[in-house]
Design a binder for this molecule. Sequence first.
Ligand SMILES: C[S@@+](CC[C@H](N)C(=O)[O-])C[C@H]1O[C@@H](n2cnc3c(N)ncnc32)[C@H](O)[C@@H]1O
Length: 229
Amino acid sequence: MRIVSPPRNATPPIVAVPADPAPPAVRKVHVGCGPKALLPGWCNTDVRPFPGVDAVLDATQPWPFRDLTHVFGEHFIEHLEIDAAIRFLVHAGAALAPGGRIRLSTPNLAWVVHAHFDLDPPSLERRIEDTLAMNRGFYGWGHRFLWTEEMLRLVMTAVGYEDVEAFAYGESRDPELRGLERHGGYVVEGGHPSVIILEGVRGERPIAPDPAIDAWLERELLCHVRSGH
Ligand SMILES: C[S@@+](CC[C@H](N)C(=O)[O-])C[C@H]1O[C@@H](n2cnc3c(N)ncnc32)[C@H](O)[C@@H]1O
């Protein structure tokens, strides 16, 4: 390339060089990513600023993203109280474009009971171990609410997700959502998968809170959790 010097005293040309090229738009958001399960090609977000997190995001508050194609959260939603989980589902839905897809994986309460509590224990020791194991499932690791497939499906459908469908570990109809799970130890026992994995689609209808579900949960659970006695 030949570089031509401008004549002396000439006004130098103004060349628009983008100093900081616009970052590619975020299309796929990984919520509650933690420090060990970062996904290449995704915007990895967490409420805590772990090394490798692309954006610190409280997923229960309005999101700074729009027109997303995918949202993924593994072993995340059980860390939220159920009302906060519903707020997360609504904000994620507002950030998804119509046709966008959410995939959530979370421990299965039905499996936790099946694998950890023998109603007819062979020994006193077994009853004591089971008592601890069940409480570990509910309160361990910062858990706030354990889900069944039916309950998660009900809530996702109530706020407006369409085509809610269960998948096995690592499997999906959508190539972008295959092979994402990182948590090991997925088993199916007595017909119960240890982890529920559900996908839903944001249709044309906006995802929005369902006052009837909110009132029902308030009556059946939340007022009792708050009351403390
Ligand atoms: C059990 S860890 C799972 C981490 C990762 N997904 C994995 O499978 O290894 C749960 C994560 O959810 C994050 N978290 C909890 N509440 C959150 C919130 N309101 N918004 C975003 N992340 C949250 C925690 O900081 C934690 O990193």
